[in-house]
Design a binder for this molecule. Structure first.
Ligand code: PFF
Length: 448
């Protein structure tokens, strides 16, 4: 049997959609969305973010699904199969590199979430005397060993699922955990609105400060967040699409994944910002925002310990389903390229990524004097991967399908066929998305 015939596949279309949702919905929607929105001025950021999702995100998501299903290979192999000997394969290597970088720091944050989960299991984190939960958080992340232990545990769980394979590992978990997380976040958002910071939070999130629109950094942050949150630009969705049989239809899957992901982020914002304002936490507190704000809600609530426990359990689970898709990008590549077994690839690559993540973790403590481009190690890794590599990868993917494929092929492979929306999609990939991404880049470096 040829290698192609033995590749794994999803059990059903629903399984595929849920896994893609599981990849999209993760720390990005709750942890990253809230702190990036908080730092980038709230409503103006949200508007630009939504524009990026619609004009760039969904079309590129469709492009990734189409490439993956057509090529039935990993991110590098997909470009090699469809366009042998052409430079497009660079997008594939960039994707594998992004998977290493993103998962290296993603594991650190997910480890924090696992730690909080266990804290709620055993009585909740203790608020520091004067500094509230901020003190607790800073003490925890700056200790050298503890966060590494939790990061290690997260990586071990992620490796175990990838090790288990596509159907029994990834698909099953998503079906159970995603709906539970959605219900909990909605419930917490409603509760949070009763805490007294609701008015300020709503205007922060929904009534834009127009001056923010002239800040190039806000556009770059929104673009990066759109790519990060949709798991776009590095072939996670090419890889997932490659386990899809040829007969499924793609556009409805793409729209459901993008809508759910965006809704999740907005509701998470409605959950977090009222607390931020009610407790006088600064919205631009950075990556610690949810870990400082949410314990305040749980401390206020009846049964807060249980809610805290459930919340951090589900957040950790959401992080795992995303972490799995990050690891799968690299694992699928190494399995094909070096003929490694899935088990070997999962363990070796997962371990290397854990090791690469150690400096990101220590950057909050023993290495906190180290700055890369003015940023702490973790933030610098995030900035490089999310704001540069992912949009750049997305740009290449858009150009590849827009210009590298014959239009009739692109229309057929996407299931759009010869429809108006299909033609619009190709037009967006050819012109709109690449031009917008370029403008955001040029704007950010001050050329435009
Ligand atoms: N989309 C994930 C999140 O929002 O947490 C993170 C992510 C997963 C980014 C997979 C990129 C990726 F390929």
């Amino acid at each position: 049997m040829s290698a192609l015939k033995t590749r794994e596949q999803w059990g059903s279309k629903l399984g595929f959609i849920l896994a893609a949702m599981g990849s999209a919905v993760g720390l990005g929607n709750i942890w990253r969305f809230s702190y990036v929105a908080g730092e980038s001025g709230g409503a103006a950021f949200l508007l630009i973010y939504i524009a990026c999702i619609i004009a760039i995100g969904i079309p590129i998501l469709m492009a990734e699904f189409s490439i993956g299903r057509r090529a039935q290979s990993d991110v590098v192999g997909s470009f090699e199969t469809i366009a042998p000997g052409k430079p497009w394969v660079l997008a594939g290597f960039l994707g594998v590199a992004s998977a290493f970088i993103i998962l290296s720091f993603y594991g650190v944050i997910a480890g924090w979430s696992l730690h909080y989960f266990l804290q709620y299991f055993t009585g909740g984190p203790a608020a520091g005397e004067a500094g509230g939960y901020g003190d607790y958080f800073v003490n925890f992340i700056s200790s050298p060993i503890q966060p590494l232990f939790w990061q290690f545990l997260f990586m071990a769980l992620t490796i175990a699922i990838v090790y288990g394979g596509i159907k029994k590992g990834i698909e099953m978990w998503n079906k159970i955990l995603m709906p539970a997380l959605a219900i909990l976040v909605i419930g917490l958002a409603i509760y949070s609105l009763t805490l007294g910071g609701a008015g300020e939070a709503m205007s922060f999130l929904f009534s834009p400060d127009w001056s923010a629109f002239s800040d190039p950094a806000v556009y770059l942050a929104a673009l990066g967040q759109a790519f990060f949150s949709l798991s776009l630009g590095m072939g996670a969705l090419i890889t997932y699409g490659s386990y899809l049989s040829k007969k499924e239809t793609l556009p409805s899957a793409a729209v459901s994944v993008a809508s759910l992901d965006t809704l999740f982020a907005i509701i998470a914002g409605i959950m977090i910002f009222p607390v931020v304002f009610a407790f006088g936490i600064s919205p631009d507190s950075g990556p610690g925002l949810v870990f400082i704000a949410l314990p305040e809600i749980f401390a206020e609530m009846n049964g807060g310990l249980i809610f805290g426990f459930l919340f951090f359990f589900l957040l950790s689970a959401a992080a795992i389903t995303s972490g799995v898709s990050l690891l799968e990008v690299a694992v699928a590549y190494f399995m094909r390229r070096f003929e490694w077994s899935r088990k070997k690839a999962a363990v070796i690559i997962g371990t290397i990524i854990f090791l690469i993540g150690i400096p990101s973790s220590l950057g909050n403590g023993v290495l906190n004097n180290v700055r890369i481009g003015g940023l702490e190690i973790l933030d610098a890794a995030d900035f490089l991967a999310s704001n540069i590599f992912l949009p750049l990868g997305g740009l290449m993917i858009a150009l590849f399908v827009g210009w590298g494929w014959k239009k009739t092929d692109a229309l057929r492979e996407s299931d759009f066929g010869d429809t108006t929306i299909g033609h619009l999609w190709v037009f967006v990939l050819r012109f709109i998305a690449p031009v917008m991404i370029m403008l955001v880049f040029l704007n950010a470096i001050g050329i435009f």
